[in-house]
Design a binder for this molecule. Structure first.
Ligand SMILES: *Cc1c(COP(=O)(O)O)cnc(C)c1O
Length: 430
């Protein structure tokens, strides 16, 4: 789309990556429910397997429906390419895989989705990787945590569950000074509210399970590459800069330039880790993305109204929404998230853990589920569910203390939601 005038977000969320099907003229992107693709001849097959020609071989690596979604997400995020995979957790492993090796570490925010903290503090250790968790508002602590074995800095734009806003510009400068990529999980903001690449991020990770799909139907993930990082500038990233034995010594960065990360993600990551998104999931997510901007506007409108109402309720001890003028993140949110600070925040109840349990049980429109970013409003008591595996200190640091509940505000009628919350707060008591 480079020589056309730049289209607006609302246009791109419907058109980017898609064109009428060349075989049938189908206007909507078909679900290409096929495992394999016929080679024109033996030379064609050889060229595809040598990565000399781009095309479809086998759906573990590439699929036309998934390819449309990849291009759409990359375009909306302002990146050069994207790789979709089977879940958000898969996207996280796929993002780290080309950067890491035994003994290497990442410096990560201590305010992350609970499942991510578990993945980073426990599971990746089996690969010989490790994570150092720091308060990313303490920039000196971030600098101090980086050492010769660090290969990335990782944070969330709007940290789940607390609604903290990361200072992406400052973190990107620290990462760049250390010759490292900044990886940003942009799930809770979506590219409509924030484009981390505009703030210096190298890679953007997405849980397409959430707002991008928007209706709680399928799990999926994506990694978007800004295409700005020089993987050959040091000897830290041999998977991308050094000869790859499985492709006759091809060097991804030398051969594919700013698409090196994306090609590696498909040709090595999906080939060997197999965390592939299926075409049905890509279809649901493509349907969802078409209305992303409209939904995000309503999510934000409802969240602003409900957070302001909750803040004055006598049973409520505090609300973490960065869209409130009273939030310590209000200025940062206004700078980085001019269209709104999302629709995810926590509410602290004066009645503590027991009141939280009663509150969650008394809600009717809000569903108690381990999910967010659905059209319907959701609630979770993180300390007894998603953040249950964490220590009390980790729970508090992550914004998931025992006396808080997390709300994911949907796109229903805001007054209906307020009535539901009001009733449940009465039942919960003080
Ligand atoms: C949901 C979520 C995940 C996990 O995504 P899955 O698709 O369930 O693997 C990770 N990080 C954040 C911020 C999330 O909201």
């Amino acid at each position: 789309m480079t020589d056309k005038p730049a289209y607006g977000f609302d246009t791109l969320q419907i058109h980017a990556g898609a064109r009428p099907d060349p075989a049938t003229g189908a206007r909507q992107t078909p679900i290409y429910q096929t495992t394999a693709y016929v080679f024109r001849d033996a030379d064609h097959a050889a060229a595809l397997f040598n990565l000399q020609e781009v095309g479809y071989i086998y759906s573990r690596l590439t699929n036309p429906t998934v390819a449309v979604l990849q291009e759409r997400i990359a375009t909306l995020e302002g990146g050069v390419g994207a790789v979709c995979c089977s879940s958000g957790h898969a996207a996280q492993i796929m993002a780290l895989f080309p950067l890491m090796g035994p003994g290497r570490n990442i410096v990560a925010s201590n305010r992350l989705y609970g499942g991510t903290i578990t993945q980073f503090s426990q599971t990746i250790r089996r690969f010989g990787w490790s994570a150092r968790f720091v308060d990313t508002d303490d920039l000196d602590a971030v600098r101090a945590a980086i050492d010769d074995d660090t290969r990335a800095v990782f944070c969330e734009t709007i940290a789940n569950p607390g609604g903290y806003v990361s200072d992406l510009d400052a973190l990107a400068r620290i990462a760049a000074d250390a010759g490292l990529p900044l990886i940003v999980d942009n799930t809770t903001a979506t590219p409509y509210l924030c484009r981390p690449i505009d703030h210096g991020a190298t890679l953007v990770v997405h849980y397409t399970t959430k707002y991008l799909t928007g209706n709680g139907t399928v799990t999926g993930g994506a990694i978007v590459d800004a295409g700005t990082f020089d993987w050959s500038a040091s000897d830290k990233f041999p998977s991308l800069a050094a000869p790859e034995p499985a492709y006759h010594g091809l060097k991804f960065h030398e051969t594919f330039g700013n698409l090196a990360f994306t090609f590696h993600g498909i040709a090595v990551g999906l080939r060997d880790l197999g965390m592939t998104m299926n075409p049905q999931a890509a279809h649901y997510t493509l349907m969802g993305i078409e209305t992303l901007s409209l939904r995000m506007e309503r999510h934000v409108q409802n969240a602003v109204k409900i957070a302001a109402w909750l803040e004055t309720h006598p049973a409520v001890a505090g609300v973490t929404y960065a869209g409130l003028p009273t939030s310590p993140y209000a200025d940062r949110a206004a700078r980085m998230l001019p269209r709104g600070a999302g629709a995810l925040f926590t509410v602290k109840l004066k009645g503590g853990y027991d009141a939280c349990v009663r509150f969650v049980g008394a809600l009717d429109l809000f569903s108690h589920v381990a999910n967010l970013g659905d059209a319907r409003s959701l609630v979770i008591h993180s300390a007894s569910t998603t953040h249950r595996q964490l220590t009390l200190d980790q729970q508090v640091a992550a914004g998931a203390a025992p006396d808080v509940v997390r709300l994911s505000i949907g796109i229903e009628n805001a007054d209906d939601l307020i009535r539901d919350l009001d009733h449940a707060l009465t039942v919960a008591g003080h």
